[in-house]
Design a protein around this ligand. Structure first.
Ligand code: ADP
Ligand code: MG
Length: 474
């Protein structure tokens, strides 16, 4: 590589602007090298990471084995330096062994570290206010409190852990609560938040879904205001993120969460996370983040027991001020087993129906009113069914759902079937993979993403998938 201006490179870091910049203009070879590496980064780090972090990188100068690359914000510079720089240097050095160093410079919207610190204090002083104004927190459901949470064998550990978080100062970090849909994760998290508000009003508590976290983060990047975002999230006392599985595959959001996570743990601030499965089972989540999430206490909520369901129904009856015969409650607790939300919904319906018709609640009327629900709970969609429907719809052989053939006309329907299996059944990715001719879980993951992408890009494809979904669920 060109050594022109090389001797001045020691001077440039001291007296930056004093030198004529043209001395350091990249040669055409260096420009070509950078274009190539730029494309390689896109391929290697994936479109999401690339768009969030790497795309704005621009080659400014080259001198003495150094490439000078500009980015628009200080935050971006730190991020790239913390995460991607060594790989980027490797890619450059592979093209030209003379490249020894990459210097990232902030070109506009430049914020000095000192500014960042001083700017942080007013932000910190009214995090709550700011968070509210920016609509970062999610609202808390007034029904989801500790006193309305019925404890049973299946949720005792999660409940005890949640109570500990309120009583002690950071007893474990993070608290990771996981369990299937409708088993009370959100209820417990809201209960913690309510209780903290009451017992420790001095603490800043932030509760939000992972989707909301992601949305806010992307918005901050677009608005080039990641500093505020970062500052708010790093100055809360208790951060709760619900349904963390939603950041699977969203690389840049994961990165940001990982850093927020570390910053808070370093300051001994409490983090509480919920997910629909154990940390080790989370697919599409970075290994470091996954392992970090299981450092504290991992508490699972198991499928509810009959006794718990009956207990919840009885408590709800007290709440609704309704008299429901025990036989009916027992029947419901026996029949509606998968999900407590459904169980409560069923109870609400029969109570409302009795209210309107002014009739007593009986086992017969219950069965009548809940006909559809009871039928649905008797009938669960299976992967076999999905494969059959999809094969028929796309006019391919059922055997092609399992076969190794990779031709587009069979591979695409297979991907659609995998996607629907993920959406409509409670099966895990490895389980789905096994049902599709023993494929790997990453293949299923890829299929799900691919189909999601196609759905967002191609309306007629989206319609096709919707028709299939309706045929299966209707
Ligand atoms: P998840 O977040 O795990 O999907 P939710 O916390 O939203 O589930 O719970 C679904 C519904 O079931 C809510 O109305 C919640 O109040 C109720 N629920 C779940 N578990 C319990 C429990 N142990 N006691 C009382 N209500 C419960
Ligand atoms: Mg929930």
């Amino acid at each position: 590589m060109s050594e022109s201006g090389g001797k001045k490179s020691a001077v440039v870091s001291l007296y930056g602007q004093a030198l004529a910049p043209e001395t350091f203009d990249p040669t055409p070879e260096i420009q070509a090298l950078w274009s190539k590496v730029y494309e390689q980064m896109r391929e290697e780090f994936g479109e999401a990471v690339f768009r969030s972090w790497l795309k704005p990188m621009a080659l400014q100068a080259s001198y003495h084995g150094t490439l000078e690359i500009s980015v628009p914000t200080r935050f971006m510079k730190d991020w790239i330096q913390g995460h991607y720089i060594s790989r980027i240097l490797e890619l450059c050095a592979a093209e030209n062994a003379d490249v020894k160093r990459i210097e990232i410079v902030v070109v506009h919207g430049h914020v000095e570290p000192q500014d960042a610190v001083s700017a942080a204090s007013p932000v910190k002083a009214n995090v709550n206010e700011l968070a509210e104004k920016l609509d970062l927190s999610s609202p808390l459901d007034p029904r989801f409190k500790f006193d309305s949470f019925v404890v049973g064998k299946s949720n005792a550990l999660a409940h005890a852990a949640a109570s500990r978080v309120v009583e002690c100062n950071v007893p474990f970090n993070p608290l990771f609560i996981y369990g299937g849909v409708g088993l009370g994760k959100t209820h417990l998290m809201h209960a913690i938040a309510w209780e903290l508000k009451e017992k420790r009003p001095e603490k800043t508590v932030m509760y939000l879904s992972a989707e909301k976290f992601m949305y806010q983060f992307v918005r901050a990047i677009r608005a080039q205001d990641t500093m505020t975002f970062k500052e708010i999230f790093r100055s809360v006392d208790v951060l709760m993120i619900d349904d963390i599985q939603f950041i699977a595959g969203k690389d840049s959001t994961q990165e940001e969460f990982f850093h927020t996570f570390n910053a808070l743990v370093d300051q001994n601030k409490q983090i509480i996370i919920s997910a629909d499965r154990a940390p080790s089972e989370l697919q599409g989540i970075d290994d470091r983040l996954r392992s970090r999430m299981s450092w504290g206490l991992v508490a699972d909520i198991h499928a509810s027991t009959y006794d718990l369901r009956l207990g919840i129904l009885k408590a709800r009856c007290g709440h609704l001020d309704a008299t429901v015969p025990d036989t009916v409650l027992e029947f419901l607790a026996l029949k509606i087993t998968s999900n407590i939300r459904e169980l409560e919904g069923a109870l609400n319906r029969i109570v409302a129906h009795a209210d309107v018709t002014k009739a007593d609640i009986t086992l017969e009327s219950t069965q009548e009113v809940l006909q559809d629900l009871l039928r649905a709970s008797d009938r669960r969609i299976t992967i076999d069914e999905i494969q059959r429907q999809v094969a028929e719809h796309y006019n391919v052989r059922l055997a092609d759902m399992h076969s190794a053939r990779r031709a587009r006309n069979v591979a695409r329907p297979r991907q659609v079937a995998m996607y629907l299996a993920k959406q409509l059944t409670p099966r895990s990715l490895p389980e789905i993979g096994r049902k599709f001719g023993g494929r790997d879980h990453t293949t299923v993951m890829h299929a799900v993403r691919k189909v999601e992408e196609l759905i967002s890009e191609d309306p007629s494809f989206a319609q096709d998938v919707e028709i299939l979904r309706q045929a299966l669920t209707g």
